[in-house]
Design a protein around this ligand. Structure first.
Ligand SMILES: *[C@@H]1O[C@H](CO)[C@@H](O)[C@H](O)[C@H]1NC(C)=O
Ligand SMILES: *[C@@H]1O[C@H](CO)[C@@H](O)[C@H](O)[C@H]1NC(C)=O
Ligand SMILES: *[C@@H]1O[C@H](CO)[C@@H](O)[C@H](O)[C@H]1NC(C)=O
Ligand SMILES: *[C@@H]1O[C@H](CO)[C@@H](O)[C@H](O)[C@H]1NC(C)=O
Ligand SMILES: *[C@@H]1O[C@H](CO)[C@@H](O)[C@H](O)[C@H]1NC(C)=O
Ligand SMILES: *[C@@H]1O[C@H](CO)[C@@H](O)[C@H](O)[C@H]1NC(C)=O
Ligand SMILES: *[C@@H]1O[C@H](CO)[C@@H](O)[C@H](O)[C@H]1NC(C)=O
Length: 550
């Protein structure tokens, strides 16, 4: 009866608040970002802490909450955070990429304001400036379903974050210098789970018989990781904002920037168990472990770690194909996820992006369709908004259909910006001619990940697409000499970053921005430039353009 009453009271409260002031609740955070000593691999080094914590504190929200984060930058360099996977409806102003915002200067503070509109699920945040992400500044961001919206599984006994990533063991400034000098950062020296590796102390405790939710994200720079828990299969329930068909997995391949939410039941002999994260496609496998404990446990974990799946990527591809959207489950709104029939919408444009790696004058660069992106001092979004885009960048340097020789030509180094027609339904093909598994993210949207296939894409390959129940998500892997296809409607006005999630590739140019302008320049489609938005570059002293009126 408690549940029924709670629901009814909640419903009443909802109706009341929505009729009184149509505003969603606010949650506030204050973050003090500083350097501090951390030792993820046991060796002390300088890291980036938020309120003294590494990994940073979680953002705990419910669908539609307004999140306000006052960030004090006490580092000695500029800082920006991105809210990886948060769609920022109408609000690329707060997306935290250098194409959208000016960075927060050292010794100053800036307040992010954004809404986690119509989303649920497991996400994370990280710094986008320099290579800061290599030494911390990341943390979990969860969005709960609103009370009245059914979730397709019973409430777990508790929830646990599992942030896994490769670790290079060098300072972010040293890693940045390596890249600036045109060299690769090479291979990681270790892997961490929640900022640590090894040890026999318990990271989490489970009560026997109970079921727990684990929120797993790969926050690393480069390596895809396989995650598994000794003796405990994982029931997958959500992927990057979508409720999925609840398959059970012994292990999950988590590509850079991806997140999974799984349920784990404590139904084994009561003792300790290892959680394991190991590199997936490296010659030498690097492994991290942490311990989980049964509250009535009697004894240490077995030293026999569960094996990783076969090292080739065929296994990983098969696992990708097994991920399906649950068409009948609710999303952040009460309507079923599958009520949006993306497979029946006509494609108005196909953008093929080929991600290449080259050396220019001996210096390493990565590119998309022959352009290796650099961030101008004036954020692209501001240049466009102030009407001075032509002084900062050129639209559409790249073609939608690059020729086959693109991989053998030297890329141009310039801001890489394309424009898309508001509300058009577009197909994007991500081709990876290199020998390294890729991972791509698009800000501002979630897209249907309709195919990942070996070889080169051609229009006939559309017959391989999953046009029924592909998962709507924000990050997709592309295997070596393979392609991936995603589909989406460009219905979120703004300046959105499409990037390789691999920190080295991104830093050395493998990213672009999609400018999506609403022809109506209306508040219905995009928020006004926030009063408090930082200005920099050539727009710094320019008068603000008149705000959108309606
Ligand atoms: C942030 O932390 C540093 C180091 O602990 C401290 O000196 C500083 O006063 C803090 N700043 C704020 C705004 O809390
Ligand atoms: C997170 O938010 C949920 C839902 O509002 C709440 O039940 C829970 O107590 C919060 N947890 C923390 C650690 O703040
Ligand atoms: C900086 O922090 C102060 C104190 O919390 C706050 O009043 C102010 O609005 C913040 N400034 C910005 C630009 O966010
Ligand atoms: C999909 O979600 C529905 C509605 O919550 C649930 O009843 C069903 O079991 C789920 N299906 C699968 C295959 O996970
Ligand atoms: C899609 O295109 C086909 C063929 O051109 C046309 O028959 C159909 O009506 C279009 N569908 C929609 C939803 O526009
Ligand atoms: C993209 O920008 C060009 C140049 O400003 C313009 O001519 C074109 O109409 C725009 N296209 C779209 C799809 O917005
Ligand atoms: C622009 O506004 C008009 C009038 O409100 C509306 O009919 C039209 O659909 C809008 N266009 C777009 C692309 O939103």
């Amino acid at each position: 009866m408690g549940r029924v009453w709670t629901s009814m009271i909640a419903l009443l409260l909802c109706l009341m608040t929505s009729s009184v002031r149509g505003e969603d609740p606010y949650i506030y955070y204050t973050w003090n970002v500083t350097y501090g000593t951390i030792a993820p691999l046991g060796v002390p080094q300088q890291g980036i802490l938020i309120n003294g914590q590494f990994p940073g504190p979680e953002i705990n929200s419910t669908s539609n909450n307004n999140v306000v984060i006052n960030v004090f930058n006490n580092l000695d360099e500029p800082l920006l955070f991105t809210w990886h996977g948060v769609q920022q409806r109408k609000n690329s102003w707060q997306d935290g990429t250098l194409g959208a915002q000016c960075p927060i200067a050292p010794g100053t503070n800036y307040t992010y304001r954004f809404q986690v509109k119509d989303q649920i699920g497991t996400y994370f945040y990280y710094p986008t400036t320099g290579l800061q992400r290599a030494v911390g500044g990341f943390g979990g961001l969860r969005i709960f379903s609103r009370l009245l919206i059914p979730v397709p599984y019973a409430d777990p006994a508790d929830e646990y974050w599992v942030l896994i990533g490769d670790w290079f063991g060098k300072s972010h400034t040293a890693l940045k210098q390596t890249l600036d000098s045109g060299r690769s950062i090479g291979r990681p020296s270790g892997v961490h789970i929640n900022g640590k590796n090894g040890g026999l102390e318990a990271l989490y405790t489970m009560e026997p018989g109970k079921t727990y939710k684990y929120r797993i994200c790969n926050v690393g720079l480069k390596e895809a990781l396989n995650f598994r828990i000794q003796g405990h299969p994982m029931k997958l329930v959500e992927t990057e904002g979508s409720h999925v068909v609840q398959n059970t997995y012994d292990s999950l391949d988590v590509h850079v920037g991806q997140c999974f939410t799984v349920l784990v039941t404590a139904d084994q002999e009561p003792r300790d168990y290892f959680m394991v994260a190991s590199t997936r496609f490296t010659k030498k496998v690097i492994t991290a472990t942490r311990v989980i404990r049964y509250s009535n446990g009697v004894g240490p974990a077995s030293p026999l770690l569960p094996p990783a799946p076969h090292q080739g990527w065929a296994w990983s591809l098969n696992q990708f194909r097994s991920f399906r959207w649950n068409l009948t489950a609710s999303a952040a709104r009460p309507n079923p996820q599958g009520s949006y029939h993306y497979g029946q919408i006509n494609i108005t444009r196909t953008i093929k992006l080929v991600g290449t790696r080259s050396k220019i004058g001996g210096k390493l660069r990565y590119a998309l369709n022959g352009v290796s992106h650099v961030d101008p001092e004036t954020p692209l979004k501001l240049a466009e908004y102030y009407g001075v885009a032509d002084k900062v960048f050129k639209y559409n340097l790249i073609s939608d259909a690059p020729d086959a020789a693109i991989a053998s030509r030297d890329p141009i180094i310039a801001p890489n910006v394309i424009n898309a027609t508001f509300r058009n339904f577009i197909e994007v093909i991500l081709e990876n001619p290199t020998k390294v598994t890729q991972s791509y993210n698009l800000d501002g949207y979630s897209f249907f990940a309709v195919a990942v296939e070996p070889g080169q894409w051609s229009p006939e390959k559309r017959k391989c697409y999953n046009l029924l129940d592909a998962v709507s998500r924000h990050t997709i892997q592309v295997f070596p000499k393979s392609w991936a296809a995603i589909m989406l409607t460009f219905d979120n006005a703004g300046m959105w970053n499409l990037r390789s999630e691999m920190a080295e590739n991104r830093y050395l140019g493998q990213q672009l921005y999609v400018s999506v302008l609403s022809p109506n320049r209306s508040l219905r489609d995009e928020y006004n430039l926030p009063e408090t938005q930082l200005v920099c570059g050539i727009v710094k002293d320019m008068p603000k353009p008149p705000p959108y009126s309606s």
